[in-house]
Design a protein around this ligand. Sequence first.
Ligand SMILES: Nc1nc2c(c(=O)[nH]1)N[C@H]1C(S)=C(S)[C@@H](COP(=O)(O)OP(=O)(O)OC[C@H]3O[C@@H](n4cnc5c(=O)[nH]c(N)nc54)[C@H](O)[C@@H]3O)O[C@H]1N2
Ligand SMILES: Nc1nc2c(c(=O)[nH]1)N[C@H]1C(S)=C(S)[C@@H](COP(=O)(O)OP(=O)(O)OC[C@H]3O[C@@H](n4cnc5c(=O)[nH]c(N)nc54)[C@H](O)[C@@H]3O)O[C@H]1N2
Ligand SMILES: [Mo]
Length: 712
Amino acid sequence: MTDLERRIKAKIPGEDTGIEIRRTMCDICSPGMHCGVNAYVNDGKVIKIEGMDGHPRNDGRLCTKGMANREYIYREDRIMTPLKRVGKRGEGKFEPISWDEAYARIAKGLNEVKEKYGAESVAFYSGYSKWYRQMLRRFTYAFGSPNYGCESSACYTAAFMAWKVAAGEQANPDIANSDLFLGWAYNPFYSSYMEAKEAMELKEKGLKFIIVDTRRTPATEKLADLFLQPKSGTDGALALAVANELIRNDWIDREYIDKYVYGFDEYAQYAAGFNETNVEELTGVPYALVQEAARMIHENPRMSCNESSAPLCHHRNGLQNYRSVLSLLAITGNFDRKGGQILTPHTYMHVACGFTTKEEEYLYETRPEDVKDPVGTERFPLWNYLEGEMQAMDLPRQILEGTPYPLRAVFALGMNARMFPDSGRMFRALESLDFFVDTDLFLTDTAKWADIVLPACSSFERGEFKPYSAGTAWYTNPAIEPLGESKSDVQILTELAQVMDLPDEALKKGYEYFIQYYILDDYGVTVDELKKVTLPVKIADVKEHVDFEDLEKGLNTPTGKFELKSAIIEQHPEWGLNALSTYRQPLDDADPEKYPFVFTSGSRIPNACHSRLHKVPRNRSLRPDPMADMNREDVRRLGLKEGDMIEIFTERGSISVKVNPTLTVPEGLVNLFHGYSEADAESIMDGDHLDPYSGFPAYRSTRCAVRKKEEA
Ligand SMILES: Nc1nc2c(c(=O)[nH]1)N[C@H]1C(S)=C(S)[C@@H](COP(=O)(O)OP(=O)(O)OC[C@H]3O[C@@H](n4cnc5c(=O)[nH]c(N)nc54)[C@H](O)[C@@H]3O)O[C@H]1N2
Ligand SMILES: Nc1nc2c(c(=O)[nH]1)N[C@H]1C(S)=C(S)[C@@H](COP(=O)(O)OP(=O)(O)OC[C@H]3O[C@@H](n4cnc5c(=O)[nH]c(N)nc54)[C@H](O)[C@@H]3O)O[C@H]1N2
Ligand SMILES: [Mo]
């Protein structure tokens, strides 16, 4: 208990602080991590926050981003009323309007496009925030459009797809029972601090770690028993070489493979092509280290690996590379086995909490039939087959080219146009739309392009359902009233569905109805009961894992086995994709003489979360300028010194940032965080440098050049 808390609890005589401690949640980063927060509220205002003791996720702790919540919710550019654009797109001139007027204008704008071009010409998009997505999807379908899509067109889904291809669904590491953890593109110290804590504790108890990273990080220094440092996006070649070494030494589980794995012989034959003759050239990793990795895997039989939502899949060969990593689990018999990777029932919003719900029913039961294919289907057929939603990376192209059909309006919740590679093209696409609505907490650079902007409120100002692992859940209560006239996203969707009289009664009944009847129904608990608990409580029993049970039942793949060769891809030769996890080099076709460096962007930094904390003074003060990390030797060779301004350029343009000489990145690599208005990483990327399997952008591998910025 903190001093202040004690003081409040004790109600010191004669001193009425008036301060109340309210329990809420931080949703600055991913849904899997939403930490409990105590908000100290005085006069309707949050004056202090701290991590919530006893919360299953963070138990009293908060990270640098979580500590930003107070400055985040009171950011200077919070939108207080609905706005109507009066200036040019992008100019930022708006007038406040009432909610009624905003809804009426939106209904008119969307319906006009629907009448003129068809419902599919309206796309519905969600940025990184996720909590309202089920309702947004249903809204899209009630409107009659197939085009629901989101930021997950560039995050996580490629990894899910790799798992679906291999095993029918995603499996999670049973790390607590592992002998060895394969941390492939793994640095939880910056991206998920509670995972880092668990990893350190398990290391103390003897868990071994192989860390594979392009850079040196806290994970390579504190966790790694073996550190492999491949060149960006060459992970597939490295994983295949490790596989080949395991197979050659017969360090594989043949009985398991015979029973449960499909396509081994062809895979083994393919992997044989990655060996001592070429691996160092392809990946930069000496073959002796490949041998050492294989030996460690052999000597530590129970192995699990991390899920990689971003870096492994942020390459044009990303999905295939990730498949090659996962294959190591199958050939060593570590899938569906204690201490390996196990299937955990999916609960809600891609978070596996060990119990099932009717979320999918809510998502898909009203999906329209006889409509056109969603955006991206032609270019990314595997994406469409497995996901059935818009691949948003193809949205700017389709808006500008109008093929295979016109796309004329976008209704967005939290859109950040700067997450689209070649962001300049995305802004041009937004400019060309007939109608664009954005909903955000802040008047962002993207919102400035909208015709109507709606003010959303933060997690401190709303209530929402949250499940956690081991079958626990709660429903948060607002800690403060919504700022200005802002509303929660789900209230906005409900009211707009009512105003537009969309043909979906469940949607019009709102968010709590969805949670009650699709999520909680089977567990004999009500939304109202969950609102009364102060900490997440157990609502569902979680079944113990039993080795090979899922494999014996048959996996959700065409062969029922773990597929090293994808039967889905085999059955669709017209897609032009490879059924084996083949490898090709990641870089674009720019001239390596002119563009000798590799630009990688997005590796997490502790004080930022995409674009949303760059304008929070406290977090910005920890790294005031966008800075490109470059190896000290490269910096010296270019005649630069620390803090010099450089231009990073490609054929699409340049960005100017300070140079940060370091030994954490190897020679040849230029590393920058993303989401800055003044140094937009995406603006120098090629919008079509995408993975044909997943549609994911190659944020982590673009050829570039660097020069000293001349003083103006
Ligand atoms: N170069 C590079 N780019 C990347 C990545 C990378 O590694 N490198 N990573 C990619 C990944 S993994 C991801 S997940 C994406 C992130 O995806 P983005 O969508 O770019 O994430 P944010 O910058 O947070 O922008 C989301 C917007 O939602 C707003 N918002 C926050 N909360 C709410 C809310 O409750 N309601 C509404 N309506 N709006 C809200 C925020 O203010 C912000 O403007 O970025 C991708 N971009
Ligand atoms: N502080 C902070 N935390 C975040 C976020 C944030 O913006 N800020 N975003 C959240 C989101 S949306 C996501 S998706 C997750 C992502 O979480 P992570 O995947 O953990 O994120 P990264 O730090 O991008 O990548 C991990 C490591 O991969 C390495 N890497 C990059 N490219 C390659 C490569 O080609 N091969 C190999 N082997 N390694 C490579 C990087 O050097 C980095 O150390 O983080 C979440 N947590
Ligand atoms: Mo992400």
